[in-house]
Structures are given as C-alpha cells and as structure tokens.
Design a protein around this ligand. Structure first.
Ligand SMILES: [Zn+2]
Ligand SMILES: [Zn+2]
Length: 249
C-alpha cells in the first residue's frame, strides 16, 4: 500500500510566528510530490496572547479558496486550526467548528494552568495532566505534539506510561494522534510521540495517525518524510476533509 504523503500541520502567515504564504507552501508541496497539506494556524487564548480576538477568519478563508482553486488537480489543499487547550475554551472552539474546517488540532501550549510552575519536573507532569484533560474533554480531531516538552527542554524526562495512557484515551475517543517531527530538528531527538508510544497506542486499539512537520518555514514542510515508513505495524495514515477521516487516496 502506498503511504499517504500528507502534512497536516502547517503554519502560514496567519499564524503569529510564521510568514510563509499558502501559495508558497502549495507550490513547494507540489514540488515535493505530497498528496495533501493542511494549513493549521494558531488560535491561542492564554495569559501571553489572544490570537482568537482579531483573527482574520474571512480573509484567510478567501485566500485559502483562491489558492485551492489555483492548485486544483495538483494537490489536495486543506485548512483548519491548531487550537490551544480547546477544553478550556469551549465557546471559541465551537465557533471554529461552526466554520467547518477540515480539521482542528488540539495542542497544549502556554495554558494558564501552567503559569508560575517553575520546577521543571512539576511543570512536565502538569503539562501531561493538561494534555490528558484536553483529550478527555476537548472537541478536536488531531492531538498535537503530545510530549512537546521533548522539543523545548534539553533535560526533559518523560513519564512514558502517562503519555501512553493519554494515547489510549485518544484511541477510546477516536482522536487521532499526530507524530510531530519538529523535535527531530535537534539531532538525536525522537518525534513526538516516540514510535514506542505509537506502538502502545496501536496495542490499545488505536489505528490512525498522521505524520506532521509543524512547519513554520518553507524548508520545514514535510521535513522528515522517512518517519512514515517507521510507523509500527498496525498504524495507518489518514487525513481529514471537513472533519471526516479518510485513509486512502
Ligand atoms: Zn503547537
Ligand atoms: Zn503548530
């Protein structure tokens, strides 16, 4: 079976921390021979920023439709959001859902519940709990970088069993965990989650995953494509159209 070549976690110039246009990404994705990419711009509501307020939803959608038409027949272009802590912001998340995006990624970034925790280990465990709460209560399709602290902290110490428990919860709720490769930009650091954790997800009844770059620059698009072929037996690649999971071309 041909592995689906999709990158479903891509930040455009509608994210506060990226400045690549949809058209630039689409052109690059066609060059790379990808089947699909999904633009997932940040919606964060926390003590550090609020990108929901003032977000140019209409303008972004019009730009997306323009570029989608331009690349029709060459690549499947999708659009959605990476929502920070959707379980803590149900009204805003419901609004995003009402816009009928192709998918919503749920991620924990700078959650207010984590503010002020300075001890590194305490922070890591509080982060893990926040992700678990999000997976238990949030309305989203794809779990973003379950253990992103692997990328942020040199001395990260994972609670492997807890992460596996969160992935088992994903399997139970039908949420698809992504394998986020952005941590691999640091040599020797595995993706988020590790393949060992993905294998546990599969053993708990999980089936679908996506392998995503979390690109913020053009060169980061689908940066580590070989990760798809390293997925454990039983893990299947998928993508979403208007919130509906598809697993074949
Ligand atoms: Zn993120
Ligand atoms: Zn992201």
């Amino acid at each position: 079976m041909t592995l689906l070549r999709c990158d479903l976690h891509v930040h455009t110039d509608y994210s506060f921390d990226a400045n690549v246009t949809m058209e630039q990404y689409a052109r690059r994705a066609v060059e790379l021979g990808l089947d699909a990419i999904c633009f997932t711009d940040h919606i964060d509501i926390n003590n550090h920023r609020n990108t929901f307020r003032g977000f140019r939803f209409d303008e972004r959608l019009n730009e997306f439709l323009r570029v989608k038409k331009q690349f029709e027949g060459r690549i499947l272009l999708l659009q959605g959001y990476e929502m920070g802590e959707p379980h803590l912001h149900p009204a805003e998340t419901a609004f995003l859902r009402s816009l009928q995006p192709d998918l919503i990624i749920g991620s924990v970034h700078d959650a207010a519940v984590l503010d002020g925790i300075t001890d590194r280990r305490s922070y890591e465990r509080a982060y893990d709990r926040c992700v678990r709460d999000m997976v238990s209560d949030g309305d989203f399709d794809v779990l973003g970088h379950v253990d992103v602290l692997r990328k942020w902290h040199d001395d990260y110490e994972e609670d492997f069993e807890y992460v596996c428990g969160t992935l088992a919860k994903c399997a139970e709720r039908g949420i698809v965990p992504e394998v986020n490769t952005s941590s691999m930009r640091r040599v020797g650091v595995p993706p988020m989650p590790t393949m060992e954790a993905v294998a546990r997800y599969v053993s708990c009844g999980g089936r679908y995953v996506t392998v995503n770059s979390d690109a913020h620059t053009l060169s980061q698009l689908d940066e580590f494509p070989s990760v798809r072929s390293q997925l454990p037996h039983g893990a299947e690649l998928c993508y979403f159209v208007k919130g509906v999971l598809h697993s074949e071309r």
